[in-house]
Design a protein around this ligand. Structure first.
Ligand code: NAD
Length: 365
């Protein structure tokens, strides 16, 4: 639906920005510059058929503007799919601030950014992302009401995200093993940060044998001690005997190299962009008999939590909405098996189908 079949047809040199927006049918880009605060940002609104475009603001030291533009276009489109497949009345958007989050942050910069967000009059709702904290968002909120993830509001999304990953993993188990019980299953969780730790707790509580890795030793040791999970090495995690691999740290860990090593029959984790090359590795996992739970459908608990803040809904509502990830992932993996189509493509199709059908509802009478 949002795809141009031949990207080569788009002459990037001739018309770089508008042509790139056309590649995936982006609605609007807002370039923001302010010399006095040092703000350089891009806000991308990909699609607002389902509702206002929601997606976080990332602050990153991009090496050039093209890199920032590529990132914001890719991430905002991803949000459209994530929000759609989660059944939320939200479109997809994202913002990037170009700069070093350790040295360039200031109240003035984020307030100026807030003014730009406000100029979109609610078409884009922002939240925190890599390099941006809840405190930064309070500055943005001084200039615009179109912000979520504020301190004292919906709070840390990680428990909701972890719950969605957990129930989605169970749906995969139901398809692969005939039962959704994870008791006795060997699960390797890569990264025991915010989401990973909650996931490990749920898994060990159910009686799974959990193996964990993390680059940050103190957390790794504490989680192992408190949950009984077994510590494995950073690279060793790809080689251990396991039923389920749960990437909860980095993207692109499903690639040629790891797929020749992984012995699991399910991949289900919180990390974004797990497939190094979607078209290649999404098909390869299927051909190897592995059920891959598409990341954007599985880790939607975070955005569900944001949505609860937008709509003034309770934490209980967010948890029960995340519970629906069981049914969503169940549908995806069944359709994938029936139609012999990789799960990521089924998930994309489902997201696009919802936008198309709800788009019709919104036509004037
Ligand atoms: P986090 O930063 O709290 O945790 C990530 C953990 O991974 C850290 O403990 C880090 O030390 C560890 N790590 C980094 N490199 C590693 C490596 N090579 N091997 C093993 N561990 C490594 O992040 P988080 O909030 O728990 O999110 C985890 C992933 O899930 C991220 O990819 C994030 O984008 C995604 N995600 C998170 C949420 C959420 O609600 N927090 C929502 C959707 C998606």
């Amino acid at each position: 639906m949002f795809e141009v079949k031949n990207i080569e047809d788009v002459n990037l040199a001739e018309n770089p920005v508008i042509a790139r927006m056309g590649q995936y049918d982006h609605e609007q880009l807002l370039f923001c510059n302010d010399n006095s605060t040092g703000l350089k940002a891009i806000i991308a609104v990909h699609n607002t058929v389902l509702g206002p475009a929601l997606g976080g603001t990332r602050m990153w030291m991009y090496s050039n503007e093209q890199e920032a533009l590529t990132d914001v276009l890719r991430l905002s489109r991803g949000m459209t799919y994530k929000n759609s497949i989660s059944g939320l009345n939200l479109g997809g958007g994202k913002a990037v601030i170009i700069g070093d989050s350790h040295s360039m942050k200031s109240e003035a910069l984020f307030r100026r950014f807030g003014k730009f967000v406000n100029s979109l009059a609610g078409k884009y709702i922002t939240a925190e992302d890599v390099g941006v904290s809840p405190i930064d968002m309070t500055w943005v909120n001084m200039e615009t009401p179109h912000v979520v993830g504020l301190p004292g509001k919906s709070g840390d999304p990680s428990p909701v995200t972890a719950h969605g990953v957990y129930v989605g993993m169970k749906a995969c188990a139901k398809q692969q093993f005939g039962s959704d019980s994870l008791a006795g299953k060997k699960v390797a969780v890569q990264g025991v940060g915010h989401v990973g730790e909650y996931l490990v707790r749920a898994l060990t509580k159910e009686g799974a044998h959990v193996f964990i890795s993390d680059i940050y030793e103190p957390t790794l040791r504490r989680v192992a001690q408190e949950t009984g999970a077994t510590v494995v090495g950073l690279d060793e995690i790809y080689d251990i005997d396991m039923d389920i691999y749960a990437p909860c740290a980095l993207g692109a860990t499903i690639n040629d190299e790891t797929l020749s090593r992984l012995t699991c029959s399910i991949i289900a984790g919180a990390a974004n962009n797990q497939l190094k090359q979607e078209d290649i590795h999404g098909r390869l996992v299927m051909e190897k008999g592995i059920i891959y739970a598409p990341d954007f459908a599985l880790n939607a608990g975070g955005v569900i939590n944001c949505y609860s803040e937008v709509k003034g809904l309770s934490a209980e509502w967010a948890m029960s909405k995340a519970e629906e990830i069981y049914a969503t992932i169940g549908n995806i993996v069944r359709r994938s098996a029936d139609e012999r189509i990789p799960t990521y493509r089924i998930a994309n199709k489902m997201a696009e189908e919802r936008i198309e059908s709800i788009g019709k509802v919104k036509l004037p009478l």
